[in-house]
Design a protein. Structure first.
Length: 276
């Protein structure tokens, strides 16, 4: 071993150090992608691996080339299998259904939903409401009861304000109608979720991880009204904020996390200004 290192030149040492640093960075980025379970980050990571392979081939970085040849396929297979829901949600977002815009829930109908939610808060009742977007949720619909009823605040209250068979699970709102009720959702497997979140929040987060749907949550314990979207929960929002987010998301537009955070900051500044 000592003879091997003694035969290396200074340039060889620098080359080995550079390869070690690059490999360390790759392992770190893989860990981040796995930990945060974001399809976009996984895609960027894989693209970076391809670029790195080409870069290493041109510069003849033999250590990196050898490791990539042995590890690239297992890594791709692992990410593809383990994060299939995130990848499916990402790809399904590009499929636009032609009837989506014509069947959009109107602003007045959203007001009815939010008024019902506010009423449920005063009664200390919970609710879980799904607003589908582009992803096919047939497997979710099959777990519930088909209604196809005209949407109204009274209907939402009837479903969630009484201990009826339809109370458990989620209802689906689409095209100005309540199409299904008592639907069961997959629970999130995220380990970083707050301990205070109950089954409703975990179910909403689980569906947002596997689809691009928007899920409205009313907590019967805290009275907080929240939204789950794109594998995130936006907790305890005011109804005006929820309405503006729903209008944008249900119109077919996507909101990045940075946009939501920026909007939240602006809203807080406006609220503070009103108080002053």
């Amino acid at each position: 071993m000592s003879e091997l290192f003694s035969s290396l030149s200074s340039a060889d040492y620098l080359k080995m150090m550079a390869e070690t640093a690059i490999l360390t960075y790759i392992i770190y980025k893989l860990y981040v992608a796995v930990a945060e379970t974001r399809a976009k980050e996984i895609a960027v990571f894989l693209l970076g691996v391809v670029v790195l392979y080409g870069f290493s081939y041109v510069l003849d970085l033999k250590v990196i080339l050898t490791l990539l040849k042995f590890l690239l396929v297992p890594i791709v297979m692992f990410l593809g299998v383990f994060y299939a829901p995130e990848l499916r949600r990402s790809f399904s977002g590009s499929r636009r259904r032609g009837i989506f815009r014509s069947s959009q829930t109107s602003a007045s109908q959203l007001d009815s939903v939010l008024n019902a939610c506010a009423n449920l808060v005063t009664k200390k009742r919970g609710a879980l409401i799904i607003f589908p977007r582009h992803t096919d949720l047939k497997s979710i619909y099959e777990t519930g009861t088909k209604l196809n009823a005209d949407l109204s605040a009274n209907l939402i209250l009837t479903i969630f304000d009484h201990d009826t068979p339809l109370h458990d699970g989620a209802c689906v709102i689409q095209g100005g109608k309540c199409t299904y009720a008592a639907c069961y959702l997959p629970l999130s497997k995220q380990t970083s979720i707050q301990d205070t979140f109950g089954t409703r929040h975990r179910a909403a987060l689980g569906l947002s991880e596997e689809s691009d749907a928007v899920i409205l949550i009313v907590s019967e314990e805290t009275g907080a009204i929240s939204l789950a979207y794109n594998a995130n929960i936006y907790y305890d929002l005011d109804t005006d904020r929820i309405k503006s987010m729903l209008i944008m998301l249900l119109s077919g537009k996507d909101m990045a996390l940075t946009e939501i955070q920026k909007s939240d900051s602006s809203q807080k500044e406006d609220d503070n200004a009103d108080k002053e």
